[in-house]
Write a protein that binds this ligand. Structure first.
Ligand code: FES
Length: 67
């Protein structure tokens, strides 16, 4: 099984790399552009669940760190 890696970007999205399937609440699959996607965590994207860069416009601040 291939490893899926999720990276928390500083003041930005979750960057996900790997062979993933992303479903909506009804179980329908999103069409993904490849094996690297970015999911919005700022709430500002106009293309949820994907990041569209809006986190920069709203100056999203979240420096989540693993400890
Ligand atoms: S994290 Fe990029 S638009 Fe929300």
């Amino acid at each position: 099984m291939e490893e899926v890696r999720i990276k928390v970007r500083i003041n930005g999205p979750y960057r996900i790399q790997g062979p993933i399937i992303l479903e909506d609440a009804d179980g329908n699959e999103f069409v993904l552009p490849g094996e690297i996607i970015a999911l919005c965590r700022c709430g500002g994207s106009k293309n949820k669940p994907f990041c569209d860069g809006s986190h920069r416009e709203i100056s999203f601040q979240a420096e989540t760190r693993a400890k």
